[in-house]
Write a protein that binds this ligand. Structure first.
Ligand code: PMP
Length: 429
């Protein structure tokens, strides 16, 4: 029944029952965690062959490179060829580097503020004089980089087809606005995939800043969970077509394909931008870990092998997403107290509760031993103006733990909603 249609007297009765239920929950001494999108051990085991690869006698790449030695800043050609197709970047414009794409994003932003980027005549100004657009809800670690570097963040609402493009086009008329964060496929956290029209508008739009960059974090490029691959338009090709060849930095990694802490990260862009990044990286390193790249090339020799591997991940993840949806529906369906996404890929469910209730839900869950991503984390500076969004990460817990955690969460959502509605009706809880 719709909670928002209940009388204060009905809500008061409900509150008494919910508080008793919450007390009993606390008594169970749960210790559960829905905070970070980590692969479960069962998923990591899908790549356990990596630990025996490339093997004692195998250290030579296809082009004859001895992977044990220094050099090869661009990474192994065979691995780049496999991921070129998956990340929609020509292989010669894709480089394979260390284990973390987040590190590459940080590197690019630091280089932008220290040295400037191709097409700009100066470093990006800092301390509030450069701004980056942040589709919200979005990925907290993107926002943390900007905050650290003194780059302003301007939130732009996410829709089911990507960021609100009317708003983006309006904001990029300000030359202070130098970039936008994008997780274009199975987005973190809403799981939306940008429509072809959104991608075209991002590639085509006129920006006041000549050195504007799209940070195209395609972290979930091959991570479908429901047996359907949502197509994504080719941003790099479109930006060339529309006369902005240097606009896009593409990032990706195998973190959620193989071993999250020991994967391979990729950067793809125009030839000029690749030369720009490698020019900076060459001062930091003589070359990436090519032995790790070789064992990845052995495990995943081509794009079909990656897709087959990802289908095995999906077999682990899909039941977890279905369980979360079923449990949310069971308790919160029809209550008017929450809405949530039903992802077809990626790692997250985005839950919206009543305005003003997210922080309270997180607090009630913490009291009951269930750790949730802090309310506000999906917004710049950790501030959700409506205090309503909570990111759920169902991958890591086993199914029994996940059931306990989501059942506890749904109780906390109902309890926080009833408290809120009573307070709004002027009835002290
Ligand atoms: N980008 C997004 C959107 C992510 O969700 C994550 C992981 N949670 C990352 C980047 C981190 O990628 P990596 O492990 O390659 O640093």
């Amino acid at each position: 029944m719709d909670l928002t249609a209940r009388t204060p007297a009905e809500l008061s009765d409900r509150l008494t029952a919910l508080r008793a239920e919450h007390q009993r929950l606390k008594g169970r001494g749960l210790r559960l965690d829905l905070t970070r999108g980590k692969p479960a051990a069962e998923q990591l085991a899908l790549s356990s062959a990596l630990l025996g690869l490339p093997g004692l006698d195998d250290h030579t790449a296809a082009d004859g490179t001895d992977c044990r030695n220094y050099g090869g800043l661009r990474g192994l050609p065979e691995l780049r060829a496999t991921f070129a197709a998956l990340l929609q970047v020509p292989a010669e414009q894709l480089v394979a580097l260390g284990n973390s794409s987040l590190e590459l994003m940080y590197e690019c932003l630091v280089d932008a503020v220290l040295f400037g980027v191709v097409g700009g005549d100066a470093p990006w100004p800092r301390e509030g004089r450069t701004a980056v657009l942040c589709p919200v809800p979005g990925y907290d670690r993107h926002f943390a980089i900007c905050e650290k570097l003194g780059i302003d963040m301007i939130p732009v609402p996410m829709t089911h087809t990507g960021p609100d493009m009317d708003e983006v086009e309006r904001l990029v008329a300000d030359e202070r606005v130098k970039g936008i964060w994008c997780v274009p496929k199975y987005s973190n956290p809403t799981a939306a995939t940008y429509s072809a029209e959104t991608v075209r508008r991002l590639a085509a739009m006129e920006t006041a800043a000549p050195d504007f960059r799209i940070f195209w974090d395609n972290a979930y490029a091959v991570h479908q969970v429901a047996g359907v691959d949502e197509p994504l338009a080719d941003i790099l090709g479109l930006s060339v077509e529309h006369g902005h060849p240097d606009r896009v930095f593409v990032f990706g990694s195998t973190s959620k394909i193989t071993a999250a802490g020991s994967g391979v990260a990729f950067f793809g862009s125009s030839p000029a931008n690749v030369a720009w990044l490698l020019g900076h990286l060459a001062k930091r390193t003589i070359g990436p870990d090519k032995v790790n790249q070789l064992r990845h090339a052995r495990l995943l020799p081509d794009a079909p092998a990656v897709h087959a591997h990802m289908a095995r991940h999906a077999a682990v993840l899909q039941p977890k997403f279905e369980l979360v949806d079923a449990l949310l529906e069971k308790r919160l369906g029809g209550t008017g107290a929450a809405s949530w996404t039903r992802p077809r890929g990626g790692y997250f469910v985005s839950l919206d509760v009543l305005d003003g209730c997210a922080a309270r839900v997180v607090e009630l869950a913490a009291d009951a031993g269930v750790a949730l991503t802090p309310a506000g984390a999906t917004f710049p500076y950790g501030k959700d103006p409506r205090d309503r969004n909570i990111r759920l990460a169902p991958s890591y817990p086993d199914p029994d733990e996940l059931r306990d955690a989501v059942e506890a969460l749904t109780l906390c959502v109902e309890l926080a909603s009833v408290e809120h509605l009573l307070a709004a009706a002027g009835t002290p809880a």
